[in-house]
Design a protein. Sequence first.
Length: 263
Amino acid sequence: MPSNLTASRRFLSPNGVSLADVARTLDTGLWLRRFAEAPEGAPRLVCFPHAGGAASWFQPFAQYFSGRCELVAVQYPGRQDRRSEPLIDDIRALAGQIAPLLTRDRPLHLFGHSMGAMIAFEVALRCEPDHLFVSGRRAPQIVRDDRVHEKDDAGLIAEVRRLAGTNARVFDDEELVRMVLPAIRADYRAAEAYRYRPGPALPCPLTALTGDADPKAPVDEVEQWRERTTGPFSLRVFSGGHFFLSDNRNAVAAVVSGESPSA
């Protein structure tokens, strides 16, 4: 893990607080943000947000993982504090930049939701994690000709509202809409253009999660993630739609922590 995620620094901020302590809650790294710590030997859980999402979406999970997993979330370019950077609308390009950042000083687990599941999968192909968790996404070999990214702004907003992934009040603020829509559109373009390239299955355990009313990830299509691993596979179905995670944080954390071979 890059040095900005370590607690080894002994410098002090102007108010006398250890910069290592500051980094625990306000990480200054570009790609990786740590929200929860765990003892040595516990897994590092790296989380990949959905289309239009940011690392901060996983911050509410910190209380459920603290002490069980080191919770780290990925911040994609083109949003929040990285808003001035060019957007990346290619799943493999994102994975290629993220994978080299993930060190193996402790067990490495990957968790991706929706578009993030595809990025986590592509990262897993590059770094062979100890466990892969995919959420709210059909198996990669199942192709749909979705073209949401080609819709006008109103159509794109309607799709996001339908899935309830972003606070609806965001779209009542014209300035905020102008800020977030480019990232949402680029992410949809990346997710919809992605095509699985047949290759060897992953050797690690793979756990797939979905909501029982998710219109984007029906149970039968999520179950087909089974084909992407030669290791143990399990499917967990929760009550809810595409963003079932928000209403099941404790239960999801229990699955992710409890199923971990190293937890």
